[in-house]
Write a protein that binds this ligand. Sequence first.
Ligand code: ATP
Length: 143
Amino acid sequence: MKQAKRSFLVIGLGRFGESITKTLASLDHEVMVIDKDEAKVNKVADLVTQAVHADATDESVLKELGVSNLDEAIVAIGDDIQASILTTLILKDMGFERIVVKAKNDYHGRVLEKIGADVIIHPEKDMGIRVAHSILSGNIIDF
Ligand code: ATP
């Protein structure tokens, strides 16, 4: 059965955010991306509904873009923990139904939990757990 079309905001187009963006777009979902690096925005511009070169910590920009009309947000900013937290806080205040955030480390994750991020991803740690389970089940392909 075909999944209902959903709309997503992806902030940050590092390897993690780009991979999420490409997957969601390839499955025909509506995706708006924002990154402060213009080259990264241009790289996915043809694949997504809207690609914006902007600083996501600027609340007025997010409001102008009307991002709160989208269903769910993914904050995939890595190194700049302050920007990740601030962006998450702004999106939370805007009333997003679900916010998924990539955490750089456990402290970052704990702050994200306190400010109300709905799903917190620790990519390397989470993938390590999944791969270990796959190895044990003899099914390394299926993760
Ligand atoms: P990955 O491991 O997924 O490749 P990373 O953890 O190294 O990524 P960064 O490269 O630090 O993460 O950030 C991911 C993306 O987020 C970058 O493309 C960066 O330009 C973008 N980014 C960082 N801060 C902001 C911001 N304030 N507004 C918009 N985009 C931002």
